[in-house]
Design a protein. Structure first.
Length: 260
């Protein structure tokens, strides 16, 4: 779709689902900015950097996210709001990260389309890859990881995804989103696979100015998290690739010493 305003049916309204990126406002895409500038209404979530709302100068701004378990709107209410406004207006649904990575973007687009509303999607930079990268942790690296898993830590039944147990058996990098409340369970699964010494990093508020990082092993990460007081929103990265952060810094320090 070359234009945000390009429609697929006879409705005058439009829903554009946008990925806002992981938190740093500079990581939003140019296409997303253009959509915000063309919006009549912006429905935004808690993880969206509020600076991005400045691009929507002519739009009505409605917060529909949740903070500390308190919902401004339930999902059913968000769906109804999308439909009621989207029949005649351009509604932008602004979500953190990428809306197609555990973001319900696909669900909301399907709901709107079922009511004859045109839909468009602008991908965002996913926190699952960008947040580790911001701390010099690659999700793949030759000799360390040939693949990576991105798994939700909490399913709709509020349980740990069974995929974590499968991922723990592999040599892949394992990235867990929304998993801080299940950290002890995750650690137990990796210990069962005799991976107590496997490196793990937890990054809270990734790419933001209040970012915090804990790097440890499966054996020691729970104590490290308690020591630093880390909580959601955070991303868990498990695998040998976590070591790259330290080895890169060692290379930088070594070069600096050689110059001095």
């Amino acid at each position: 779709m070359n234009s945000i305003k390009q429609h697929t049916n006879n409705s005058e309204g439009l829903l554009t689902v946008i990925g806002a990126g992981p938190g740093d406002p500079d990581l939003i895409t140019v296409k997303a900015i253009k959509a915000l500038q063309a919006a009549d209404v912006v429905l935004y979530d808690a993880l969206v950097n509020p600076v991005l709302l400045n691009y929507a100068e002519n739009a009505e701004l409605i917060f529909v996210g949740k903070r500390k378990g308190c919902y401004a709107y339930q999902q059913e209410q968000i769906n109804e709001l999308i439909v009621s406004r989207g029949r005649t207006q351009h509604v932008v649904r602004l979500k953190g990260g990428d809306p197609f990575v555990f973001g319900r973007g696909a669900e909301e687009m399907k709901y709107a389309a079922a009511y004859g509303i045109n839909v468009a999607m602008v991908p965002g930079i996913s926190s699952s890859v960008a947040v580790p990268a911001s701390q010099n942790i690659p999700v793949t690296k030759r000799g360390s990881a040939e693949s990576f898993w991105v798994i939700t830590g909490t399913t709709k039944e509020h349980k740990l995804s069974s995929d974590v147990a499968l991922a723990a058996k592999s040599n892949a990098t394992v990235i867990v989103l929304m998993g801080m409340s299940k950290l002890a369970e995750i650690v137990t699964l990796f210990k069962k696979e005799e991976k107590a010494n496997l490196p793990i990093a937890i990054i809270q508020n990734g790419t933001r100015t209040n970012e915090q990082v804990a790097v440890a092993t499966i054996e020691t990460i729970v104590a490290k998290v308690e020591e630093k007081g880390l909580t959601n929103p955070a991303i868990i990265i498990i695998g040998e690739v976590v070591k790259h952060r330290a080895t890169l810094q060692e290379a930088i320090n070594k070069y600096s010493k050689e110059l001095s």
